[in-house]
Ligand binder design. Structure first.
Ligand code: NAD
Length: 468
């Protein structure tokens, strides 16, 4: 038996010995998880930054540690209610019998996480899985090896291996991991690998939650306040140097305003980051292959007639050495450009002319359903049209990405951007079996339906038809 399989079997046995842990146990798990993340905040800041080349410490605190602390506080407050047997209505013809829903842990669950927010995207699903009473195995990304070792060390200090296990290693480990017969598997990563993981899980009929990527559009309406819009988009796009699954991928706006928008974006980026080279607050691109991919997108766009505007005037060689790319706004785009076809995942922002809301919605609807969609404007009618007529995993109105850190709403994709959801109660439900239970009454009319069927049965059936 391989090491991973043996950990899996050990967790299975531990789960079977305590198949429905009580709140005291789950609360203790969530509390020690929160305390450990807090105690090791600097270790995570440092290791993630080393893995990236440079990752702003503030970003690690803001977009990882604080999101986790928010998730834990929310889970501590609400899980007892979510764990409770839930009331369910009972249709008249089945009364006085009664229905209820009993949430149960699933067993041993797997979490596969990506490199871009390595701490948040491993630990947020962990919070949901532990709150729901499961044993958990985690496979973090091979792109962040120092972080992954730290996560293994930190979680190993507070959990036994039969509670939470971190499996470090490359793609071979990920492949073996995804072939384990988990009771649920939550994968966060690219759509391509998501497909492979879903196929591996299907062999075991393991249910999957897929948190994938895609091209998230931003629609700017004429009624939007331009200065605020520019500042919010620049902030959301440049966080983690654009390596964010819900970063605004491209902008749709009226052509008459594109030039002034593009200039304002560049100015805003230069205000946020007066220099990019050597700036500890500006995150590097994770690896050489991703850096080359992003440069390739720019070259391809330029060769096909796009206009590029780049923030700042840093030395290009120095930028390349540090794998840093300043905000680059790409205008005069055409659909045949690669930048308009694949998820960008970097600080490049193409703009597409769109003269009306109909145009913008048509553009979005004709493409794969995105993970996020953003709309900027003051016109409520148009806002409602956007919400009703577009399909995306989630939406932020008049800002970008904020919907992701709300624990009171589900987070997940739709179609090629994912399936299933987590965060808050959605996460608890994802990692639980919601068991439907019907309790029959002493006075059940069921015996009137027993064979042999005759006139009494007919009477009963007629009565039931009337009240149904
Ligand atoms: P990726 O798909 O390359 O890797 C994700 C994980 O899958 C890693 O842990 C990796 O080890 C594992 N993996 C790789 N090959 C595998 C295989 N054959 N079988 C099983 N597992 C395998 O993604 P990435 O580059 O780490 O992350 C970037 C992508 O993730 C982007 O597309 C982004 O949009 C998406 N993403 C989505 C969310 C979300 O919440 N929806 C969040 C962050 C990132």
């Amino acid at each position: 038996m391989s090491d991973l399989n043996s950990v899996f079997q050990t967790q299975k046995r531990a789960f079977d010995a305590m198949p429905n842990s009580d709140w005291a146990y789950r609360k203790a798990n969530l509390k020690k998880l929160g305390a450990a993340i807090k105690a090791h905040e600097e270790d995570f800041q440092r290791t993630i930054s080393e893995d990236f080349g440079n990752r702003s410490y503030v970003e690690t605190t803001l977009a990882e540690v604080m999101v986790i602390q928010g998730g834990i506080s929310h889970a501590l407050k609400h899980t007892p209610k979510w764990m409770h047997t839930r009331k369910a209505p009972t249709a008249m013809q089945f009364k006085p019998g009664s229905n209820k829903i009993v949430p149960q842990p699933l067993g041993v669950v797997g979490i596969i996480s990506p490199w871009n927010y390595p701490l948040q995207l491993a630990v947020m699903p962990l919070i949901a899985a532990l709150g729901a009473g499961n044993r958990v195995m985690i496979k973090p990304s091979e792109y962040t090896p120092k972080f992954s070792d730290m996560l293994k060390k930190v979680l190993g200090e507070i959990f036994s291996d039969d509670e939470v296990h971190v499996a470090v290693g490359g793609v071979e480990v990920a492949q073996e991991f995804s072939s384990l017969p988990f009771d649920h598997l939550l994968f966060t990563g690219s759509t391509n690998v998501g497909r492979i993981v879903a196929q591996a899980a299907a062999k075991n009929l393991t249910p999957v939650t897929l948190e994938l990527g895609g091209k998230s559009p931003t629609i700017i309406d004429e009624s939007a306040d331009m200065a605020t819009t520019v500042a919010r988009i620049a902030n959301g796009k440049l966080l983690n140097a654009g390596q964010t699954c819900v970063a605004p991928d491209y902008v749709l706006m009226p052509s008459s305003k594109i030039d002034s928008f593009a200039d304002a974006m560049i100015k805003q980026a230069e205000t946020f980051y007066p220099e990019v080279a050597g700036n500890e607050q500006y995150t590097s691109i994770i690896a050489d292959n991703h850096y080359a991919r992003l440069q390739g997108l720019l070259e391809d766009a330029e060769n096909k007639g796009a206009t590029l505007r780049t923030a700042g005037d840093d030395d290009k060689q120095q930028l390349a050495k540090e794998r840093r790319i300043p905000l680059t706004v790409v205008t005069d785009t055409t659909p045949d450009m690669k930048i308009m076809q694949e998820e960008i995942f970097g600080p490049l922002l193409p703009v597409v002319p769109s003269e009306s809301l109909d145009d913008a919605l048509d553009y979005v609807q004709k493409r794969e359903r995105p993970l996020a969609l953003y709309w900027f404007g003051k016109n409520k009618k148009k806002e409602n049209r956007v919400l009703n007529e577009s399909i995306s995993g989630g939406v932020s109105v008049n800002d970008v990405a904020w919907h992701v850190i709300q624990e009171d709403i589900p987070f997940g994709g739709v179609g090629p951007s994912g399936m299933g959801a987590y965060h808050g109660e959605a996460g608890f439900n994802t990692f639980s079996h919601l068991k439907g239970v019907f309790t029959q009454s002493r006075f059940s009319q069921g015996k009137m339906l027993h064979p042999p069927y005759g006139p009494k049965t007919e009477k009963m059936l007629n009565l039931m038809k009337k009240i149904m």
